[in-house]
Design a protein around this ligand. Structure first.
Ligand code: CA
Length: 282
């Protein structure tokens, strides 16, 4: 991807923390990304899983490969180490501390399995204790209208060996939302897998759209202008025309941790947004 893209993307560098609402607060400073240009030969390549093998292709060829069912491979060495890495390549993923609002790749790991991973042979793993809140996150979907999202899913594995508490815990999807087009801080949308559907020691894929019937919550309590605290995907689209992932501070993550108490371990693989499927692998 050699050309400059006319996108002004900004990501939070320092953000506050609100433990009561399980989310980051407004970015206190932002650093604009005026260019998404890839600056090295290596970053001009995309790592894909093609017929079970990991290959590298030019970024220009990626979409054709994705259309044929390839996945984008993300391994430990591909993670952004800091916000500068994200600014250089906004497609990066990273582990994120939701208590201190910082990229911290010591918070998670890439492991084999467990079991038969949905893609490749491994997955990302996050363990928390107490009320820790950790995420596998990215800023790359800046400004995406929810109406343009036709596929949104992720897979989790809840190993009984790593969980001292309730068996029905799961990592969950959350992202910074812009309901009204103002691109101001409006908290997060949250999709939590239904507790009664969670099984241990097996991979499960969560469809966050589910033909419009997937149930979402809002980290601010009742949804803006309503008296309801949950809404289906279809209702989100009809209630808030133009609703999108926030443009600046376009943070999106799969969270492990609070409000579940006492900590647990979760494995994550196969995050999907439209044509992109991410294979987190060891
Ligand atoms: Ca994998």
């Amino acid at each position: 991807m050699k050309k400059l893209m006319p996108v002004l993307l900004a990501v939070s560098v320092v953000a506050g923390c609100n433990k009561a609402s399980n989310e980051a607060e407004p970015a206190s400073t932002t650093t604009p990304i005026s260019s998404m240009e890839k600056q090295s030969n290596n970053s001009a390549k995309v790592k894909l899983r093609h017929n079970g093998q990991v290959i590298q292709v030019s970024a220009n060829a990626m979409n054709a490969h994705l259309a044929h069912g390839d996945q984008i491979v993300v391994q430990s060495r591909d993670m952004a180490q800091n916000i500068s890495d994200v600014q250089a390549d906004p497609t990066k993923w990273f582990f994120y501390n939701d208590e201190t609002d910082a990229i911290d790749n010591s918070l998670g790991s890439f492991v084999s399995g467990p079991g038969t991973a949905p893609y490749g042979s491994g997955s990302a793993q996050i363990s928390v204790s107490g009320t820790q809140r950790r995420n596998l996150a990215t800023y790359q979907f800046s400004g995406t209208p929810l109406a343009d999202i036709t596929v949104l899913a992720f897979s989790t594995y809840n190993p009984s060996a790593g969980n001292g508490g309730a068996a029905n815990r799961s990592g969950y999807l959350n992202f910074n939302v812009d309901f009204n087009g103002s691109d101001t801080w409006q908290r997060r949308l949250v999709f939590t897998p239904p507790a009664n559907a969670i099984a241990q020691n097996t991979w499960q894929e969560w469809d966050c759209i589910d033909n419009g019937n997937a149930v979402w919550r809002y980290s601010g309590g009742n949804f803006p202008g309503t008296s309801v605290s949950s809404m289906t995907w279809s209702n989100l689209l009809s209630t808030y025309p133009g609703i999108r992932i926030r443009v600046t501070d376009s943070w999106l993550g799969i969270r492990v941790g609070s409000p579940y108490a006492n900590g647990y371990t979760e494995n994550i693989d196969g995050f999907k947004l439209n044509t992109r499927t991410y294979d987190f692998d060891n």
